[in-house]
Design a protein around this ligand. Structure first.
Ligand code: ATP
Length: 254
């Protein structure tokens, strides 16, 4: 099972009018791995994430998740299957407490009736969400922030909260969009530990777009490099770091 891929992208293309954002791109992500997607600005990373997570339909090619062709499915349907995406600009309720943000995430993912969830009339699911939120915050070592107003959190803690909310959706595959952007070295170090923890303790496969090369190289098992919308290189951090085509692409874009 360790060698099995959880996600495959086959000859993917996505165009916007005359702009070719992604073209003939292939990718395979091993179940249980931490997989980096890197490349110079405009390489097509975000577009690829958008297609995988159902925000955009592919123009050509397909996305296979857990052996099933999921191309063009809605984000909500994919979330039900455990494919969860986080965003660079966090999508938190700043006027609510940390715990309430995670609790809402738990509610959203609960299988109970939608109306009951929204109205909060279902006591049993209310309590289940409450407990699950506590469990997640404890797991990530954030329980001391539970009652804090989200607006008052540091940037690093807000991003960690984003991770907690993603966990509330019971992910199998988590797509993290630049998880270390804007962080100081200490925040980055802590976030790396959290990502590792999620993989190790919850068995979640993690794919991430990131520009912080030091973080990517230290964290990922496998790395895919995109350039001009297509695959430039792939392999272990060591292989990718020493690949002349990769070095060239980064120097060329600097
Ligand atoms: P960065 O690292 O700078 O975020 P990226 O690798 O994520 O870049 P994309 O954002 O996927 O790259 O962009 C790839 C190309 O597609 C760029 O030329 C971009 O301008 C274009 N593009 C992306 N989304 C759209 C869109 N909605 N409409 C038109 N062009 C788009």
């Amino acid at each position: 099972i360790a060698e099995q891929s959880i996600l495959e992208v086959h000859t993917l293309a996505r165009t916007f009018g005359g702009i070719v954002a992604v073209n003939d791109f292939n990718l395979s992500v091993r179940a249980g791995s931490i997989h980096g997607l890197i490349g110079p600005n405009g390489a097509g990373k975000t577009t690829t994430f958008n297609v995988i997570s159902g925000f955009y339909a592919p123009s050509r090619g397909k996305v296979v998740y857990l052996g099933e062709d999921i191309s063009g499915r809605a984000t909500s349907a994919l979330a039900e299957l455990g494919l969860i995406r986080t965003f660079q600009g966090t999508t938190l309720f700043h006027e609510l407490s940390v715990h309430d943000n995670v609790r809402l995430g738990c509610h959203r993912s609960a299988k109970a009736g939608l109306v009951k969830r929204i109205l909060g009339t279902d006591r049993a699911s209310e309590e289940a969400a409450e407990q699950k939120a506590h469990g997640i915050l404890e797991f990530l070592g954030l329980e001391n922030l539970a009652d804090e107003l989200t607006a008052n959190l540091s940037h690093g803690h807000q991003r960690a909260l984003g991770l907690a909310i993603a966990l509330a959706a019971d992910p199998k595959l988590m797509l993290l969009d630049e998880p270390f952007t804007g962080m100081n070295p200490e925040e980055t170090r802590r976030m790396i530990e959290l990502v590792k923890l999620v993989r190790e303790e919850q068995g979640v496969t993690i794919m991430l777009i990131e520009h912080d090369m030091q973080a990517v190289m230290g964290l990922c098992d496998a790395i895919t490099v995109m350039n001009f919308g297509t695959l430039l290189a792939e392999g272990t951090p060591e292989q990718v770091r020493n690949n002349p085509a990769v070095i060239e692409a980064y120097l060329g874009s600097a």
